[in-house]
Design a protein around this ligand. Structure first.
Ligand SMILES: [Zn+2]
Ligand SMILES: [Zn+2]
Length: 155
């Protein structure tokens, strides 16, 4: 458990990362970074925009997207596609990992297994397909929702 915590990218020094690329740390970039690291580990651009509205009223979604794209390119966060094509920004573990999505509460949890293994990529290659990237999303019921359901069933 302890080792997993240490691998989280929560304390990336944004100033340093931006400065290394000759980029400025704007108040907007700073706040977007703070929101994604402080809130849930897997957030959409829309969720971030809603939080930003309090401080930067009228901030546009394209502005949020371009900042998130920049952070993704810098490796500060990473992007994952979920089944309905929605993009979520992941601030959890910096190494590739799989996800579990609860069908009841919709929350997404990290799972420390490779999203796509070398063997999977080889299988795809044999089928004549060049893999760029791959996400693994398991669907089911989370611990809390499962407990609620069994409570209901027991009552
Ligand atoms: Zn749940
Ligand atoms: Zn994740």
């Amino acid at each position: 458990m302890q080792a997993q915590e240490e691998e989280r990218v929560i304390h990336t020094n944004l100033d340093e990362v931006l400065h290394d690329r000759g980029l400025r740390t704007t108040p907007q970039r700073k706040l977007i970074y703070r929101i994604i690291t402080a809130t849930a580990q897997h957030v959409s651009a829309q969720q971030i925009q809603q939080e930003l509205e309090d401080v930067f009223p009228g901030i546009s979604l394209p502005t949020v997207y371009s900042t998130l794209e920049l952070f993704t390119q810098l490796g500060v966060i990473h992007k994952m596609a979920i089944n309905d094509g929605e993009m979520l920004y992941d601030t959890g573990w910096s190494h590739p990992h799989a996800h579990m999505k609860c069908r009841q509460c919709g929350r997404i949890f990290d799972l420390d297994i490779p999203p796509v293994t070398q063997k999977d990529i080889q299988s795809a290659a044999k089928a004549g397909f060049n893999v760029d990237s791959g996400d693994l999303l398991l669907h089911g019921l989370c611990k809390e929702c499962a407990a609620k359901e069994s409570q209901k069933a027991g009552a």
